[in-house]
Each structure stands twice: as C-alpha cells, then as structure tokens.
Design a protein. Structure first.
Length: 117
C-alpha cells in the first residue's frame, strides 16, 4: 500500500518490487554462508548482521513504540473494549504497566542487547 500510495505504482508492480527486494535480502543471507563468508560488516556476516539488527534492535524498539502508542495515544474506550476490561482498577493497573513499566523494561532489554548493560 505504501509503494502504491507514495509512488503511484500498480498493485502488481508494488508486489514485484517488494518481492524482488525481499529475494535480494534472502540471497545475501544465503551467500553469507558461502560466497560472502569472508566479507564482514562490523565483524559479522550479512546473515549475522541482519539477525542482530532484527533481534536486538528492531524487536525491542517495536515493543517500546507499541507500548507507548497503546499507553499514551490510544483512547481509553478503545483499549478497554479491545482488551474487554470492565473493572476500572484493572484498567488503571494495565494502563500504568503499559505506560511506565513496559517501556522502561524493554529499554533495559535493548541496552543489554547492544552491550551497554
């Protein structure tokens, strides 16, 4: 949808471009086990670099952003109905955890993953 709306591509062209880009990344990861085994990026093969970035950076950052979005930007009525929370004190506990505890905890995980802690 982003390619279609931003660049005015047809659905078929957008799917082909997305598929080709994904295929190229797949080739890079496969080749990092044979042809590109000697090439290192920050001391890691292409596969290991993608693994590190997705596991240790993108997942924690996504978790932080989701917690911040759900805790601060979503309307209380929306989250209460989606989670089916009827009791106000239970919703307050959930909202406090998602607003304050979860982002800090996931940020600590992120710092640990990148070697700061």
């Amino acid at each position: 949808t982003w390619l279609i709306e931003t660049y005015g591509l047809s659905r078929i062209k957008a799917a082909l471009y997305s598929g080709f880009t994904t295929w190229l990344f797949g080739l890079g990861t496969v080749w990092s086990f044979n042809w590109w085994a000697e090439f290192k990026f920050f001391g890691l093969t292409f596969f290991d670099l993608l693994d590190f970035v997705t596991s240790n950076l993108m997942l924690p950052l996504g978790g932080i952003l989701i917690a911040l979005f759900a805790g601060w930007l979503m309307k209380a009525e929306s989250t209460q109905s989606e989670l089916n929370i009827q009791h106000p004190s239970l919703y307050f506990a959930w909202q406090s955890l998602v607003r304050y505890i979860a982002p800090i905890a996931v940020f600590i995980v992120l710092l640990n993953a990148i070697g700061i802690l």
